[in-house]
Design a protein around this ligand. Structure first.
Ligand code: ZN
Length: 347
């Protein structure tokens, strides 16, 4: 079964204004990189449909959805200092969320087991009743909700964007059926994502935050996966995985202070995909951030190399990873995260 590559041209019609890092050219760069890497022979392209309104309304409040439509109808405006709504934004946002929905339904059905959703605007900062941080609709949350609607009981969301996925966290804060695991740069936008934020009520323990020091790179992120993400995968036993695949932890990214390489992202995708493959768990990766165009293109290619099986784990060791922050600093953070997670999980 071929890996699906889900996208839509309308996603390039969400305009954010001159000089904004979250720009239409990001998707152009992704498409060019995927094509020139020869990946189009290895994926099944799918055009994103519009999201089901009733599914979207399980994630976002109706008045908020109307706010976006009304702003666009009036010629555009801003939800906050960073988050633009243009005339073309509603069409882009419903295709972005619809692509996530379609991918989740496809991998939970018979069509495929893997999908990459190349869409914008991104989604993981979008709260139930408010967009922020370049995000309008929470696409990863829509994918998780679609998987749940398709009968999957436990969905694990792995968010490796450099920023904390505060919107996704808020949406599933009290929901024990969705395990949200975010690794992000500490003391960074949007300021949430402390180790102690673990969810509440029935959802206590199904939010796991892994704040990391600036300068964390390929080695540190791999430690996060082997010491926390993969053990949580084994403990939670998800029957669907959604990756909030942001690439702004890349060493070249202007909005992050991490030093991951494209090959490093590829390795993260490989080890997660490997765990999912071994348990027959479907996986959907949804594009979030990533603002250096060449780095974004190369990192998406590395991810797709992993998800299509073009590159095997043994071949993916980064040859020239840049120096990163001290392993001791990272290990200290991981110990703190494990200490909190151990109260909820046998990991
Ligand atoms: Zn980000």
């Amino acid at each position: 079964m071929s890996t699906l590559f889900v996208t839509h041209p309308a996603c390039e019609h969400h305009q954010t204004g001159r000089g904004h890092p979250e720009r239409p050219q990001r998707l152009t760069a992704v498409h060019r990189a995927v094509e020139s890497a020869g990946l189009l022979d290895h994926v099944t392209p799918i055009e994103a449909p519009e999201v089901d309104r009733d599914l979207l309304e399980t994630i976002h409040a109706k008045p908020y959805i109307s706010t976006i439509e009304n702003l666009a109808r009036g010629g555009g405006g801003w939800l906050d200092a960073d988050t633009a709504v243009s005339v073309g934004s509603p069409a882009a946002a419903v295709r972005a969320a619809g692509g996530a929905q379609r991918a989740a339904e496809a991998v939970c059905g018979a069509q495929s087991r893997r999908a990459f959703v190349a869409v914008r605007p991104p989604g993981h900062h979008a709260l139930p009743d408010r967009g922020m941080g370049f995000c309008l609709f929470n696409n990863a949350a829509v994918a998780a909700a679609a998987a749940r609607r398709a009968g999957r009981e436990r969905v694990m969301i792995v968010d490796w964007d450099v920023h904390h996925g505060n919107g996704t966290q808020a949406i599933f804060w009290r929901d024990p059926s969705v395990l949200f695991v975010s690794m992000h740069q500490e003391y960074w936008y949007p300021g949430t994502g402390e180790v102690e934020e673990v969810g509440e009520g029935p959802g206590e323990g199904t939010t796991v935050n892994i704040p990391l020091p600036a300068g964390t790179g390929d080695g540190g992120y791999m430690d996060v996966f082997t010491e926390i993400v993969l053990p949580l995968f084994s403990a939670f036993r998800p029957d669907a995985v959604v990756v909030s695949a942001g690439y702004d932890a890349h060493e070249s990214d202007p909005l992050g202070g991490m030093v991951l390489t494209a090959a490093g992202f590829g390795r993260l995708a490989l080890v997660l995909d490997d765990a999912a493959q071994k348990t027959g768990t479907p996986l959907v990766a949804v594009l979030e951030g990533g603002y250096d165009l060449p780095a974004l293109g190369a990192s998406v290619v590395a991810t797709l190399d992993a998800l299509t099986g073009r590159v095997l784990p043994a071949e993916a060791l980064p040859a020239d990873a840049p120096p990163e922050t001290s392993a001791m600093a990272i290990r200290g953070r991981l110990r703190a995260v494990r200490r909190v997670a151990l109260t909820h999980w046998r990991i």
